[in-house]
Write a protein that binds this ligand. Structure first.
Ligand code: GLA
Length: 394
């Protein structure tokens, strides 16, 4: 039995105990780690995440009325609402209501459900615990309403729920990675066309080590919104200067060879934000090529360039992240290190030759302790399948 199978069995038993009847559908959706392509999604650019082997789980049973009862076991919380009066409450129920909102925006009127939620994706750590929950909710409602939607649909519904109902501005990277991930692969996402390609990443040759910077990622939301605005303003300025055509929709429309022209025309901060996005898009494709040819040196260089760009040009690193990303590559067996996700906290990513995992983990932990006075949390992740559904017999 795989680890998630016994987890599902235990959760189904808890569901039956709490609700007095069985769960009919179980949806699982993973968190993600982004290998490269950071802060590109809302600029219609490129990203390269993997879904990881830690999921959010939503269990569902239909009701004949319009009530929705929710148990969030990890938080020890329970609540309920009516499908007919959705209203934000500033807690986890917003994600659940957001899913109902996204379905009704598509012209579908869900009936009531009994739902339970649990998750193995570390929260507020840059591994997309909220997208995992959103995708699992979309999948569970889809099954419960007998709609037969695709994984892309789940991703879009989750994205809409989080942006328009919960009110957290984010791009499509996280829900797409969670819904469409493939075992042993990274996912190259073109956020303009919303298309994906699975890129093999052999777990045998590269292990993914995640080391927490000790800073909660949620503290960074204001900065995220600021970066989204700054990118828009940079594009506007490039248009005004005649560098981007008036039809340009995003920084994706600008190329590396326009950088010197941009530098002359844009304010320094706007230029640096644009330079990060334009360079990062190019790094995604270079990274895919290096993965295909097994060129570990180039992977390391690209990770270092990405990290330097996030620190200097995008200003989303922290002293802890800087330290971890400098210390990683100094250990034997580390291919490269980088922050992952929005930055300003959460986990850092280290690609490591599997034989060296233990020693790298120990060295980084030792050094971090000496520098910051605490041991960092760390974990390994496997590139894993995206969201899936389990039907349970009544
Ligand atoms: C967060 C957002 C994503 C993406 C990343 C940065 O994870 O939710 O949409 O913008 O930051 O790459």
């Amino acid at each position: 039995m795989e680890a998630w199978e016994s987890w599902v069995e235990g959760a189904c038993a808890d569901f039956a105990r709490d609700y007095g009847g069985p769960a009919r559908w179980v949806a699982l959706a993973p968190g993600r780690v982004n290998l490269i392509g950071e802060h590109t999604d809302y600029n219609e650019g490129l990203a390269l995440p993997c879904a990881i082997d830690r999921q959010a789980m939503v269990l569902a049973a239909p009701r004949t009325d319009r009530r929705v009862r929710v148990r969030a076991w990890d938080l020890g919380e329970a609540g309920e609402f009516s499908c007919d009066s959705l209203a934000r409450q500033g807690n986890l129920l917003d994600f659940v209501q957001g899913a109902f909102f996204a379905f009704s925006e598509r012209g579908i009127e869900p009936h009531g459900f009994d739902l339970a939620i649990t998750s193995r994706v570390p929260p507020n750590a840059g591994l997309s615990s909220s997208a995992a929950l959103g995708v699992a909710l979309a999948a569970a409602l889809d099954a419960g309403l007998g709609l037969g939607f695709s994984s892309e649909d789940w991703a879009r519904l989750a994205h809409r729920a989080e942006n328009e109902f919960v009110g957290v501005r984010c791009g499509i990277l996280d829900p797409f990675a969670s819904a469409l991930g493939r075992a042993g692969h990274a996912l190259r996402i073109d956020c303009r066309t919303e298309t994906t390609d699975a890129i093999p990443i052999s777990g045998a040759e590269l292990a993914i080590l995640l080391v927490h910077s000790g800073v909660e990622r949620r503290l960074a939301e204001g900065v995220y919104d600021e970066r989204v605005m700054e990118c828009r303003e940079a594009l506007e300025a490039a248009r005004r200067a005649g560098i981007a055509p008036t039809s340009a929709r995003s920084l994706r429309d600008l190329e590396l060879d326009q950088l010197s022209e941009l530098e002359g025309a844009l304010e320094p901060v706007a230029f640096r934000r644009a330079r990060h996005v334009i360079g990062e898009n190019a790094r995604v494709d270079a990274f895919c090529r290096a993965l295909a040819s097994g060129d570990l040196d180039t992977l390391g260089v690209l990770l270092a360039q990405g990290q330097a760009s996030l620190r200097e040009d995008y200003a989303v690193s922290t002293p802890e992240i800087d330290w971890l990303c400098a210390a990683g590559p100094e250990c034997e067996g580390v291919v490269g290190s980088r922050l992952t996700g929005a930055g300003l906290g959460g986990f850092t990513l280290h690609l490591v030759l599997p034989d060296h995992l233990e020693s790298v983990q120990a060295q980084i932990s030792e050094g971090f302790h000496a520098r910051f006075g605490r041991r960092p949390e760390s974990l390994t992740a496997l590139p894993s399948r995206g969201a899936w559904l389990e039907a349970r017999s009544a």
